[in-house]
Design a protein around this ligand. Structure first.
Ligand SMILES: Cc1ncc(COP(=O)(O)O)c(C=O)c1O
Length: 366
């Protein structure tokens, strides 16, 4: 699915020398490398503030805490996402409220989110799935006055045209959250995450929450977490960031190739990108007939593939207490049955892409 060694080989010297600078400084927690990355990510996402933290999961957790989501409150989100989106809502003590997705983009339907709003609703968490932004401005219009936490874990550097202006992932939300998990377009050499916001008060609170809730060491205004971004990870990510646009471009080119090569293959639906969006294609996800058989066929040829996600969050055993049933979010459920992600990483060779396409076409007799 992903060959991280192929990418590392192209940037070995710059990344290793950035890491060695941190090693030689012996300053491992926060500090200059983290502040530098925070400035770079704020610039990229057109935001005033960026705050590094330990993971994309923690970025969501801290963001939810910063807008005071907790016991007694509800948070509306998509069930067709990585577990962390719902898990963090639960972990701050709030109730996850799952609403269905658009079957074409896999992102939240603003009208469905609006219909789920109650007097207890504290926030909405649109997820920018697979690399394209959710219709965030429509979510904001449909749920006026509600804080929006944009789960942009998969979408750093993606953009969306809103009223004729390009807006970056994380830019217009109350808080945007990123993940630097190694498989992301901007992946660290370990875990990492970041939150972005235009709001000074929220930025101050997020900084406090990542350091046990204290503005000053050993004095605690509230109970926070140990969720700092490691200086080594920040150094790696700062070295990688100048390559991100080129890598995302290569992924878009690979997507175009697949779109053309798989067009018209019966049993295969290629990804739909909302015309307002520029996707960074963290994943290239097709919908297919006879998925299990196709997977076996690909496996027998040594071709990587993955199912993101096989079981929507509203049907996870841990959320049984919420009372959802099969059929509660039919589009998310049918997506879970049909999706298949195939390799899209920038270093894929033409021969590899051709092999992948030939295998899929061959399976469907084309
Ligand atoms: C949509 C989404 N949300 C949250 C996360 C959590 O990020 P992390 O793995 O860095 O904790 C991920 C990535 O794994 C993700 O894809």
């Amino acid at each position: 699915m992903l060959d991280l060694r192929a990418q590392h080989a192209t940037i070995h010297d710059e990344v290793v020398s950035a890491m060695m600078e941190v090693v030689d400084s012996q300053l491992f927690i926060l500090g200059a490398p983290v502040e530098r990355l925070e400035r770079q990510v704020a610039e990229l996402s057109h935001t005033k503030y960026a705050i590094g933290c330990a993971s994309g999961t923690d970025a969501l957790l801290l963001a939810l805490r910063a807008i005071d989501a907790g016991p007694g409150s509800e948070v509306i989100t998509s069930p067709f996402t990585f577990f962390a989106t719902g898990g963090t809502i639960h972990n701050v003590g709030a109730k996850p409220v799952y609403v269905d997705i658009d079957p074409k983009t896999f992102n939240i339907v603003p009208e469905a989110a609006a219909a789920a709003r109650t007097s207890r609703t504290k926030a909405v968490v649109p997820v920018d799935l697979f690399g394209q932004m959710a219709p965030i401005e429509q979510v904001m219009t449909a749920l006026p006055g509600l804080p929006v936490i944009e789960d942009a874990a998969q979408t750093i550097g993606a953009r969306r045209s809103i009223d004729g202006v390009w807006r970056m992932a994380g830019e217009v939300a109350t808080i945007g959250t990123f993940s630097f998990f190694p498989s992301k377009n901007l992946g660290g050499y370990g875990d990492g995450g970041m939150m972005v916001t235009q709001d000074e008060g929220l930025a101050t609170r997020l900084k406090r929450l990542r350091m046990h809730g204290g503005a000053k060491e050993y004095f605690h205004d509230e109970v926070g977490y140990n969720s700092r971004l490691d200086a080594l990870q920040a150094a790696v990510l700062s070295a990688k960031l100048p390559h991100l646009a080129r890598w995302s471009d290569a992924r878009r080119k690979n997507a175009k190739f697949y779109d053309a090569a798989l067009a018209g293959v019966p049993g295969v639906t290629t990804p739909y990108v909302d015309p307002a969006n520029e996707s960074i294609f963290n994943q290239y996800t097709i919908r297919v007939d006879r998925r299990d058989d196709l997977r076996n066929h690909l496996k027998s040829r040594g071709i990587g593939n993955a199912i993101y996600y096989p079981l929507p969050l509203h049907l996870q055993p841990c959320f049984e207490y919420l009372g959802y049933k099969e059929g509660s979010c039919p589009e998310a459920e049918s997506a879970a049955r049909e999706v298949l992600s195939i390799p899209i990483y920038p270093e894929l060779t033409d021969a590899q892409k051709n092999e992948i396409v030939d295998a899929i076409r061959g399976f469907y007799g084309r």
